[in-house]
Write a protein of this length. Sequence first.
Length: 248
Amino acid sequence: MVIKAVVFDMGGVCVGSPMKGIHKYEVAHQLPRNYINVAIVGQGEEGAFQQLERGELTLDAFYTKFGEQLSHPRNKIAYQTYLRNTGRPAMDTIPDIQVDGKELFTTMMAEARVEDPYIIPAIKKLRASGRFTIAALTNNFPLSEDDVEAMEALGVDGSDKLRPLFDHYIESRVVGLRKPDPRIFELACKTIGVQPHEAIFLDDIGMNLSAAKKLGMHTIQVKIGNSQEAVQQLGRLVNMDLLHESRL
């Protein structure tokens, strides 16, 4: 197996996961566990979150639509289906839920300020080896440079600071495609200049990894709070010790 490129997701891999922010919001507002994530996924490709990541909504328009969609009563049906499909007890009743789109999204993106203590050093080691092309493949969103308050709240400076680590930085908002659309993985491989089987892709979301794997990429899931295990797997695939400091 010849690996020529390693491709990293950003949120949930290189920096903290927005999922942690979702759980914090649910706890703060006493919402059922995973209710919000089920609701976000249930909106499909016309969901506000999905549209934002394709660059189709401004941030202000997104806040409004995001809150409205996640507050809709139909999400209760989707959540009960989720409970049934995952073998969890059904809820007798789910109260009406009101979600503040801006508050939720700010809580989600605040996690993106925190660099992962295992992934970032591993990227630096991979780069130093000179053996691989290093790329980022991220679902992100457009943000006005004039909106300083939003930039600070969403931790954009942190993500920008990491850009020099990558030979290619492929963004959903720029290319108009978002994971898990197979076309964005095809585009990434073409941009990097490799065949899918020559690349390793790290992400925290199962559906993204499944799409990449189906195309032929090698995949590693980065689980929340356990990136060390993912770095160990990556090290085995590239035959490098990516966890420990080099000794001269």
